[in-house]
Design a protein around this ligand. Sequence first.
Ligand SMILES: NC(=O)c1ccc[n+]([C@@H]2O[C@H](COP(=O)([O-])OP(=O)(O)OC[C@H]3O[C@@H](n4cnc5c(N)ncnc54)[C@H](O)[C@@H]3O)[C@@H](O)[C@H]2O)c1
Length: 426
Amino acid sequence: MLNRNFMTKSGIILSAAAASVVSNAYAEGTDETIKAVLIGCGGRGTGAAANFLKNPNTKIIAVGDVFPDQTEKALKNYDLPQEAGFTGFDAYRKAIDYAVANGAVYAILTTPPGFRPIHYQYAVEKGLNCFLEKPCCVDSYGYRMLMEVNKLAEEKNLKVGVGMQRRHQTVYLDGLRDILENKKYGDILFTTVYWNMGGIPVRGTGEEPTEMQRQIRNRYYYVWLCGDNILEQHVHNLDIGNIVLGNWDPLYHPVKCNGMGGRAPRYIPKPTPRVGEIFAYHAVEFEYEDGRRMFSQSRQVPGTWNCVNEFVHGTKGSAPVQRKKLRGEKLPDPYDVEHTDLINAIKENKKYHEGWAGATASMIGIMGRMATYSGQVVTWDQAVNSGKTYMIYENHDSLTLESTPPVLPNADGLYDAPIPGVTKDV
Ligand SMILES: NC(=O)c1ccc[n+]([C@@H]2O[C@H](COP(=O)([O-])OP(=O)(O)OC[C@H]3O[C@@H](n4cnc5c(N)ncnc54)[C@H](O)[C@@H]3O)[C@@H](O)[C@H]2O)c1
């Protein structure tokens, strides 16, 4: 299956190099430049690199992207020689190899999330501290991979950050302190979490020469690339609701859920090609071991109630989790802070591992999607052990921009979508 020859208990294969334990690659206590490789040079990749580069003594030394135009842009952005840029589905491997050979200690992994576990695995095997954008996987196999790689990163004393920036945002940290330490709302009964927004634009021209290219340019609309909106965007809110109920335990999770969803609004006023297979809305009730619940909604429907927020409901009242920003208050940008925190952990060799929380929050979104797609009650154990995969893991590196993607449109350019009651997503 994946790489070579190291089978773990969960059946995920890590390469032989992974088994050896190395220490944090950064020379502790020096002001040595932190060199990074950027994999996935799109909107957030460019943003994350800029956040990283705001820190002193930092440098991007290699870039990788599946598309040559994206790699070229990034080479120019960071004033790099041609030899530091790599293209294709195996660009991650080549860019990481080049970067490691040239002293990199930091990987910024910002492709669509379906690829994340594969890229993370390789980066950790090669001894890099990692910044992973959220979500961190799109299916259960990816989650199981993440958990194995998380263990390996811990064994290798590597530091891992995940782009769930609310964890580094003052108004959230203050709000969470009030809720969890100061018990401002009493005992917590349940949480409500929302990512309800208007539409999300269709990207690319639609005239790309192959279906693979059309899907990757328009990444949002395909489960194998992005996991559906309950995961792709809503993971932020699920993470916060889960922190409130689980008091920051990165492995805390609901034990089951049920939910509903559909995509009819994407077809109003008429079926529209290129809106892929994802749902337009999901509503899920997540239940925890002690019977408490997290109620979640994620929606992308123009003209509907807009709400991207999380609320705590306790014995002493209800409120948004984040505190109000005061008038005129100047607060640090959490997108900057998440890199500064990771860099400081590397420099000071402090334990730092958001990979566990990233995996948990992603898996909660996946479990919710299983419930909305199937219309069934789904347990955590069923979800985590599911054999259903979306990403192409097998022979991944031999994919090309001409390969057949996992889903194809019909003659009208429309894609089959899940049908609750019929679809088996677990
Ligand atoms: N934390 C946040 O608030 C936040 C905000 C925006 C995006 N994101 C996350 O960042 C990630 C990227 O989103 P984006 O908006 O930058 O998308 P994007 O489409 O703008 O960029 C993705 C880039 O990855 C490249 N790519 C695709 N497949 C690849 C592969 N197999 N190997 C190498 N490169 C590949 C694409 O060509 C593109 O350049 C997503 O996971 C998204 O959820 C997070």
